[in-house]
Ligand binder design. Structure first.
Ligand code: NAD
Length: 351
């Protein structure tokens, strides 16, 4: 008999190829007259083009977003918004840029519109992150949830193929952990299974035909559902491991998720029968963990944490961080379990 608690988040989502042209309508529907566009330095040209298309509705472009949202980046963007008299933000980019928008919304409750260009899924969650003095703090707050999300598959056409693969696995990780989260519900199960299916079927097609737009659109659709899963549930061991690896060792976000996910899934799915059943159907394979690892390798993704720059003695340090505080997980986790898992992931052992 189903038993669950499900709280829907107030999300408005526009999804279509060419949806960027609808951004002005989105601004109007939210009553925004002068928005500041946020991007990374790399994506400044796209942000400038978008600002030009918005005419007087764009107050300017601030291309200062950086990984892990350092506090000084938020200070700079806030000062720029004040100077230009902006009444809202449009975050054009991946998790780093959307993260900057969220940190700004947390400070001043100014509305943000997210225009995602990766599959990371931050746009669908009320989770913020902020790094100060080398320490990353995260939290949940409904104020940081974008008021509107504009998904335009045209924007992921420039995402390099290797980043499509790892960013896609980052999204699938949300689905896998959402399926065994304590706050999973029938709605989340449907979103997570469909999101993982769509993404995992799209990734080999992107690698085979990088120029084709349809596989990228399918992957972005999957990323939306995986992001919504992340926003609705509490993540477990896998996200804890990746957070510790990223925070303590500065390992690259999406690549770390890709390497770790099969090991974390193999560890947890034995204690999560519903998630296992859903994933078996989604990937048409009796062993989803092995399937994930095989697929990532076939698609040329990094194989080991060593390859990402982790040194063997760091295993102990990361294990300490992972067991320092309790968190939700379908299977109890000891420090020895974490060490065994990290050793295998560090070496890139085949499951
Ligand atoms: P990212 O935003 O750091 O982008 C990586 C690089 O790719 C950047 O240089 C960016 O300019 C470039 N890029 C992005 N889209 C591109 C495109 N379409 N074409 C060409 N280049 C493009 O990477 P990410 O993986 O999207 O985000 C990672 C960050 O997001 C991490 O800090 C992570 O913690 C955070 N995150 C937060 C949440 C949340 O719910 N709060 C969820 C997922 C990720």
């Amino acid at each position: 008999m189903p038993e669950f608690l499900y709280e829907a988040l107030p999300m408005r989502v526009r999804f279509r190829s060419g949806a960027l042209a609808d951004l002005a309508d989105e601004l109007d529907s939210l009553g925004l007259r002068r928005v500041l566009l946020l991007s990374t330095p790399d994506q400044r040209p796209e942000a400038e083009r978008l600002a030009a298309s918005l005419g007087g509705r764009a107050a300017g472009v601030h291309a200062g977003a950086r990984m892990h949202v350092p506090t000084e980046c938020v200070d700079e963007a806030e000062a720029e918004a004040e100077r230009l008299g902006a009444d809202g933000y449009v975050a054009l980019g991946g998790g780093s840029t959307i993260g900057l928008g969220k940190a700004l919304a947390l400070r001043s409750a100014v509305p943000i519109i997210a225009v995602p260009t990766t599959f990371a899924g931050s746009e669908m969650t009320p989770v913020w992150g902020l790094t100060s003095g080398g320490v990353k703090e995260t939290g949940r707050d409904p104020r940081v949830l974008p008021r509107s999300v504009v998904y335009d598959p045209e924007l992921v056409r420039t995402l390099p193929v290797d980043l499509c693969v790892t960013s896609g696995f980052n999204a699938v990780a949300h689905a896998v952990e959402g399926l065994y989260a304590p706050d999973c519900s029938p709605v989340v199960e449907l979103m997570a299974a469909e999101g993982a299916r769509a993404l995992l079927q799209a990734l080999p097609r992107i690698v085979a035909s990088p120029e084709e737009s349809e596989p990228r659109a399918d992957a972005l659709y999957g990323a939306w559902l995986c992001g919504a899963t992340l926003g609705a549930t509490t993540m477990g061991l896998h996200h804890k491991l990746c957070h510790a690896l990223g925070g303590a060792l500065d390992l690259p976000h999406a690549q770390t998720h890709t390497v770790v996910l099969p090991y974390a899934a193999a560890f947890n799915l034995s204690a999560a029968p519903t998630a296992l059943r859903r994933l078996r159907t989604a990937v048409s394979d009796p062993d989803p963990a092995q399937y994930l690892q095989g697929l990532a390798r076939r698609l040329g993704a990094p194989r080991s944490l060593a390859e990402l720059g982790m040194k063997e003695p760091d295993i102990d340090l990361v294990a300490d961080l992972v067991v320092a505080k309790p968190y939700a997980n379908p299977r109890p986790v000891t420090r020895d379990d974490v060490i065994t898992l990290l050793r295998a992931a560090w070496k890139g052992e085949t499951l």
